[in-house]
Ligand binder design. Structure first.
Ligand SMILES: *[C@@H]1O[C@H](CO)[C@@H](O)[C@H](O)[C@H]1NC(C)=O
Ligand SMILES: [Zn+2]
Length: 324
């Protein structure tokens, strides 16, 4: 399953560099046999993010100002089915998007995004049908260096929910869908570079997120990732979901099981304010909300019940609402 096998010489180096997961054989069906930090790590991903337990960073001790996303509107990519996921890689040597601010110190260069179905993260026990991961590497590092540093990588997680076919729900993934039918088979590639607007794949409110320190969710599960999980999902159409999940990724789905949390999850100010109202008064009200667990419990119980409904649909067991 080497990235080298079915490729032109021109593309060998860039694709190899962009693959942060191990080149060893591994499968989602045998996750307990994944090696290295996957087995021994204590800060593994994905996790179930409990909004009520997430620390609202009102002193900005952890989240320093807004997340800054530069150059995401026009990104030149190629795509591949690497046998585990569908992945879109930024073409090297062009100006790649750069993320900074928020919980990050320094700049992080965008490398690739890929898809998981079901979602890997859960929010208040709720899994989504699809999760997009936008993988960034600390600017100036090589992959080998980045995976050995706790701050080497930063990954944005975007949840996708399905709405029945309409123009708005198709908007987010519109630009990547033409490539998907050509990526059904493992090792299939669309090597012709195309330009896409990555902001479409971001949350409707990119300042509203949870952040925590964790790992890659594929072997070797290195604990090198600042996770930024958007709490506002984007919407995709059922047709798009059906088309994507036809892809052969070695099984029916491609998500890692939830890992123990045992660490602090932070939430941005915007993630608090938008619960109540996207206004100044709403923000002030929300600060109270985020600091008050009793007030939060009712809201979360509601979300959890929705989560249980979806779990019945998808047959995934995450947690008990009664514990809230
Ligand atoms: C990040 O990139 C910006 C824009 O290129 C630059 O001005 C800034 O100095 C960089 N920051 C670091 C820490 O390298
Ligand atoms: Zn991923």
């Amino acid at each position: 399953m080497s990235a080298m096998s079915s490729n032109t010489i021109f593309l060998v180096a860039p694709l190899f560099i962009r693959d942060v997961s191990s080149q060893l054989e591994w499968s989602y069906s045998y996750q307990t046999q994944w090696p290295g930090a996957c087995k021994t790590g204590k800060q593994q991903s994905p996790i179930n993010i409990m909004s009520r337990q997430a620390v609202f960073d009102k002193e900005e001790g952890h989240i320093h100002g807004p997340l800054v996303l530069r150059g995401y509107r026009d990104v030149t990519v190629t795509s591949v089915n690497n046998g585990h996921t569908l992945r879109w890689d930024a073409v090297p040597d062009l100006v790649a998007p750069v993320m900074s601010g928020g919980p990050l110190s320094g700049n992080y260069t965008f490398m690739q995004f890929h898809l998981h179905w079901l979602s890997e993260h859960a929010i208040d026990g709720m899994k989504y049908p699809l999760e997009i991961h936008m993988v960034h590497m600390k600017t100036g590092l090589t992959v080998d260096e980045a995976v050995l540093r706790p701050d080497g990588l930063a990954v944005i997680g975007v949840m996708c929910e399905i709405y029945s076919k309409n123009e708005e729900s198709e908007h987010a993934l519109e630009e990547i869908m033409p490539a998907v039918p050509g990526l059904i088979d493992p090792q299939a590639r669309m090597a012709e570079p195309t330009s896409i607007d990555l902001t479409r794949l971001l949350s409707p409110d990119p300042q509203s997120y949870y952040t925590y320190h964790g790992s890659l969710t594929t072997p070797l599960c290195q604990e090198a990732v600042t996770w930024i999980v958007m709490d506002k999902p984007i919407t995709i159409s059922d047709d798009q979901y059906q088309e994507i999940t036809k892809a052969d990724v070695g099984g029916r789905d491609n998500y890692r099981s939830l890992q123990p949390v045992n660490r602090v999850v932070y939430r941005s100010l915007a993630s608090c304010s938008s619960i109540i109202a996207p206004s100044l008064i709403g923000t002030l009200f929300a600060i109270v909300h985020c600091l008050s667990s009793t007030f939060g419990a009712g809201v979360n119980k509601g979300i959890c019940l929705i989560g249980n409904f979806k779990r019945r649909l998808f047959g995934d067991s995450v947690k008990q609402c009664a514990k809230l």
